[in-house]
Every structure is written in structure tokens, then in C-alpha cells.
Write a new protein. Structure first.
Ligand code: FFO
Ligand code: GTP
Ligand code: MG
Length: 445
């Protein structure tokens, strides 16, 4: 069965300065030239031809650029043609429809251009996924981390595990199959397994940061009524988003605002203040406060002046498993003793005057992120983390077995670890897994 030629818009289906119809496959050039008869039969690859795009009757629909990439020197590794037209959605539909009139061309499925690039060895799987991350990136940190992935940051670290693991597997199989020739090749197997497991574990431990960069962090402001949460929220967001009033119980619904600090995307949430015996609607609001606390990466407990440590501790417990950052709000009002023993100096802030707000930003970031820069992170996705976890487990079993079991068992576990890593790099993937990965791409990518 011959490879089909696929076509799709490479640009968003909305009005823009330029819109691109892209074809990839054996008949890309032949079909592309039907719309651009001015282009020579053997165009210079990567040369931009200014040409008319015509309909079936030869009437000009647009004037644009025609670009030809000859296999295998193209994004997909196949012949690729781009019709770079003016960015009118209806015009682009007409051009695409004309291309699809040819029975040998079919619409591309989501992610199919990138999938072909992967299948033709232009990108490994981790880099192909970085393409999708880059398109989805909505913060500077996410852009930089995805760009690092596209240039191979994750791939290299996976390969640095895969290569020695493959060598180890070969050594073990050698000893099993040719005990005389390969004698001694399994000597340091246990130490080699341990070192690889430690490195896999290190990579796995970056999954949390990967999630923060990719999805952004959720930071909830909470605390007793009237503590100054909404005032602080407005100050952090830089505009008067939340209602502020001296009546306790002003905020009822959860308010969410998106900010970007040091390149990292954050969702800031302002919540209904906690108190005993709230009114009916207020109680619904407090239930929502608890809900948002449970899904947060960090809870900022805003303590009003004059609270007791018993109260502060009770509010701290409201956050459950979510880490809590304590701040003393309304610090312009009065100086007072630190009510909570958290081991760290209590941050003093005033939403009203802005005092301490920069320090709060910095502390929130370092609590979420720790040291280092978000751009340097290897973007370990949930999928990668799952595969790495299985690799670590197999290596742990191999380590355990190396003292007590047969070499077959050790080698078997090393083989399983290798398979799991192959799901990240793409050296060991099923069609079903590829379907699942590329389905999440957009059409035309
Ligand atoms: N117009 C346009 N812009 C685009 C793309 C595209 O397909 N079309 N891309 C699509 O996502 C990205 C660029 N990615 C590309 C990656 C590789 C090759 C390519 O031709 N690779 C060849 C030759 C390499 C070389 O000469 O250095 C190869 O890998 O063999 C082209 C685009 C972003 N911008
Ligand atoms: N002096 C001083 N007053 C503040 C400060 N922050 C808030 N206030 C005042 O305290 C009152 C309550 O402020 P809010 O920001 O609405 O407090 P809240 O914690 O959101 O209150 P609820 O939504 O009712 O839980 C208002 O009258 C604010 O003007 C502050 O930093 N210093
Ligand atoms: Mg409020």
C-alpha cells in the first residue's frame, strides 16, 4: 500500500495576515502545482515562488507564495508543499478543498504531520511531544521548557539511560546464552542497575515541576473573614478584581485571576473568609473555599492582626495536605507577636499599602519552585512519569533479584525497564500509544 498524501491548514482557522495550506506525501508537488501553474515542474527546494493560486477554471483566487521541500529534507521527511496565501478563512477553505479534490489526497488527522516526522525519524517521540507542548504553552516558562524539549533536553536524558541499560541487557543476555564467551560480563550488574535507577528516579522527581510549568500553579488566598484577602488579591493581580468591604463575609464565590511571575503562570484564587456560623449563602462559599484548597499547589493563609495561635493552627489545618504559607495581613495596622510556630519568619504584608507584597511574590515562587529556573526543567509529562515509574520499579526489582535470584530474572527486569523507557523515546511504542499521543495535537500540526 502506498503512502497517502495528506493536507490541512497549518495556520489557525481565523482571519490573519497569512494562512498556509500544507501538503505532505508523494503527490504533494503534483497536486500543489495544479493550484499554482506558474511554478516550474521541478521547483528549487526551499525557494519561495510568488505565484497566482487558481481555481479549477483557472481563475485567480489569490496571489501567494509556493514553497517546496524535497523528501527527505522536510519537516515530515516526505515531499512537502506549502501554499502561503492571504489569511482569509473562506479563501483558505477553497484552496484546501481544491487540493482535496484529488483522490490521492486526504485530510490530515490531528498531529499527523508530526507523527510522520516521528515515523521518518526526523524527531524522537519526546521531541515530537515537545512540539505539542510548544503550541499549548501559555507562559514564558512553558515556552522555554518546551523549546528545550524540542532541542532534545528530555530525549538526551532518556537516551543517557536507555543506552547503558541496553548495553547492560546485552551483557546479561550474553552471559545467559554464551556463558563461556561472556564470562564475567555480569560482574558489576548490581552496581550498574543501582546507578541507572538513581538517575531514572532523579528524572522522575522533575515531574512535579513539569506539571507546574505546563499547567501553571494554583495558589489560593484563604483565611478568616475580613483578614484583607481580597485587598491583597487585588494588589497581587494589579487591578480591582474583587469586591472589598469592611463587612465580614464580603467574598462568597471563588475568584480566579491569571498572572505570570518570573515567567511562571499562576492562577490566583480569592476565597470566601472562614468563620463560625455563617449565613446560608456564605456557607456555600466556604464549602467552595475548602474545595479550592484541596486542589491547590500552595495555600496562602492571611492572618488578621490579633489572632491567637489556637485559631491560626485551626485555620492551618483547613488546608489539609496542601502546603501553607502564613502571612500576617494588614501589617500597617499594628505590630504584634508571631502567632504561629512555623519555623520560618512570618511574612508581614499589607494589601492596602503594598508593603511586603513583593516579598510575598518572591516567597510564593520559591515555595512553588525552589531554586533554579523554570526554563531549565525537563518537561516530564504524566505519561513520561508513568513510564519512568515503571522503569524504576523494574530496576528496583532487578536490584533486589541480583543478590538472590537467577540471572534470567535480573535480565528480565532490565528488559522491562528498557521497554518502559522506550515508551518515552519512541523506540518501543505501539500504534495505540501513538494514536493516543497524536490525537491530542491539533489538526495541521
Ligand atoms: N512555514 C512553515 N513554518 C514552520 C513550519 C512549517 O512546517 N512551515 N514548522 C513545522 O512544524 C516549524 C519549523 N520546523 C521545521 C523543521 C524541519 C524542517 C526541515 O525541512 N527539515 C529538514 C532539513 C533540515 C535542514 O535543512 O537543516 C530535515 O530535517 O531534514 C522544516 C521545518 C515552524 N515553522
Ligand atoms: N489597614 C488595612 N486595612 C485593610 C487591609 N486590607 C484590607 N483592609 C480593610 O479590611 C476590610 C476587609 O478587607 P477585604 O479585603 O474585603 O477582606 P477579606 O479577607 O477579603 O474579607 P472577606 O471577603 O469578608 O472574607 C476592608 O475594609 C479593607 O479596606 C490592609 O492591609 N490594611
Ligand atoms: Mg474577600
Amino acid at each position: 500500500m502506498s503512502v497517502s498524501t495528506i493536507a490541512a491548514l497549518a495556520t489557525a482557522p481565523a482571519a490573519g495576515a497569512v494562512g498556509i495550506v500544507r501538503l505532505s506525501g508523494p503527490v504533494a508537488l503534483e497536486v500543489g502545482r495544479k493550484l499554482a501553474p506558474g511554478v516550474p515542474a521541478e521547483p528549487t527546494p526551499r525557494h519561495a515562488y510568488l505565484t497566482a493560486f487558481v481555481d479549477a477554471e483557472g481563475r485567480t483566487l489569490d496571489e501567494g507564495l509556493f514553497l517546496y521541500f524535497r523528501a527527505p529534507s522536510s519537516f515530515t521527511g516526505e515531499d512537502v508543499v506549502e501554499l502561503q496565501a492571504h489569511g482569509g478563512p473562506r479563501l483558505l477553505q477553497l484552496l484546501l478543498a481544491r487540493v482535496l479534490e484529488d483522490g490521492r489526497v486526504r485530510p490530515a488527522r490531528p498531529g499527523e504531520f508530526t507523527r510522520r516526522a516521528f515515523l521518518h525519524g526526523r524527531l524522537d517521540l519526546a521531541r515530537a511531544e515537545a512540539v505539542a507542548d510548544l503550541v499549548a504553552a501559555d507562559s514564558e516558562a512553558a515556552v522555554r521548557a518546551a523549546a528545550a524539549g524540542l532541542s532534545g533536553a528530555l530525549s538526551e536524558r532518556i537516551q543517557a539511560l536507555e543506552d547503558p541499560l541496553r548495553a547492560l541487557h546485552a551483557d546479561l543476555e550474553g552471559v545467559l546464552n554464551f556463558p563461556d564467551e561472556a564470562e564475567g560480563a555480569d560482574e558489576d550488574a548490581s552496581a550498574r542497575v543501582a546507578a541507572l535507577r538513581a538517575e531514572a528516579q532523579r528524572l522522575l522527581s522533575e515531574a512535579g515541576r513539569g506539571r507546574l510549568v505546563r499547567r501553571g500553579a494554583r495558589v489560593v488566598l484563604y483565611g478568616p473573614v475580613n483578614a484583607g484577602k481580597s485587598t491583597l488579591f487585588n494588589r497581587l493581580v494589579g487591578e480591582a478584581r474583587a469586591l472589598v468591604d469592611d463587612e465580614p463575609g464580603t467574598t462568597r464565590d471563588v475568584l480566579e485571576a491569571r498572572v505570570e511571575w518570573e515567567g511562571l503562570a499562576l492562577a490566583l484564587l480569592d476565597t470566601a473568609g472562614l468563620r463560625e456560623a455563617p449565613g446560608r449563602v456564605e456557607a456555600l462559599g466556604i464549602a467552595r473555599t475548602r474545595e479550592s484548597l484541596s486542589g491547590a499547589d500552595l495555600a496562602v493563609l492571611v492572618l488578621p492582626p490579633g489572632v491567637s495561635s489556637t485559631e491560626a493552627e485551626a485555620w492551618t489545618r483547613e488546608a489539609g495536605a496542601t502546603p501553607v504559607l502564613h502571612v500576617a495581613g494588614k501589617c500597617d495596622v499594628e505590630a504584634r507577636a508571631v502567632p504561629v510556630s512555623t519555623g520560618e519568619a512570618l511574612l508581614r504584608v499589607s494589601g492596602l499599602t503594598g508593603q511586603g507584597v513583593e516579598g510575598l511574590r518572591t516567597t510564593v515562587l520559591s515555595r512553588l519552585w525552589g531554586g533554579g529556573t523554570p526554563s531549565a526543567v525537563a518537561l516530564v509529562s504524566e505519561r513520561h512519569a508513568d513510564a519512568l515509574r515503571r522503569a524504576c520499579e523494574a530496576l528496583a526489582r532487578a536490584e533486589e533479584a541480583s543478590g538472590v535470584s537467577t540471572l534470567e530474572v535480573v535480565s528480565g527486569e532490565v528488559g522491562l525497564a528498557l521497554e518502559a523507557l522506550g515508551e518515552v523515546s519512541g523506540t518501543h511504542v505501539s500504534e495505540a500509544l501513538l494514536d493516543a499521543i497524536f490525537q491530542r495535537f491539533c489538526i495541521g500540526k
